[in-house]
Design a protein around this ligand. Structure first.
Ligand code: FEO
Length: 162
């Protein structure tokens, strides 16, 4: 197990990488002619950047020297709109697992201030998984039907930054 603060720094980078991955999803959805879904993913990119900034803020406050690494956006290839939401949910599950690993380490080290910072992320990940679980179920039910997809697209065009 590495240094807890290095782990948090890595999580900051991972949140930025998440933004990058969601940007590839937004690009795919735009190519599919789905402006509402694209808007939704554009906001998801911003949300991930805000997650990274939250960790960066904490690390700065405790005097840790933040480091950045290159980001990997993945292949940017998707089989379908449903595949985008499936991959998004899969990605959020990975984020959750990483947050929980950090919580475990912080508990073992008795680092209350890191635990306080991570509590927000534990709650946030419940929302993130719930959001993409719902969207994936909807996409699966629509099953490529154009009328359904356009209605879904319209609903997602209403998302505001949360
Ligand atoms: Fe920052 Fe979507 O987890």
């Amino acid at each position: 197990m590495g240094n807890l603060y290095d782990g948090l720094n890595e999580q900051m980078n991972f949140e930025l990488e998440s933004a990058y991955i969601y940007a590839t999803m937004a690009a795919y959805l735009n190519d599919q002619g789905m402006p509402g879904m694209t808007h939704f993913m554009d906001l998801q990119v911003k949300e991930e950047v805000s997650h990274a900034e939250r960790i960066r803020g904490f690390l700065r406050e405790v005097g840790y020297s933040v480091k950045y690494r290159p980001l990997d956006p993945g292949t940017g290839e998707f089989e379908s709109i449903t595949d985008v939401f499936a991959k998004a949910l899969e990605h959020e599950k990975l984020v959750t697992a990483r947050i929980h690993e950090l919580v475990k380490q912080a508990r073992e080290e008795g680092d209350q201030r890191v635990l306080n910072c991570l509590t927000w992320f534990v709650d946030e990940q419940i929302e993130e998984e719930d959001k993409f679980t719902g969207l994936l179920e909807r996409a699966q039910r629509i099953n490529g039907n154009w009328a359904g997809l356009y209605q879904f697209d319209h609903i997602l065009s209403k998302r505001e930054l949360d």
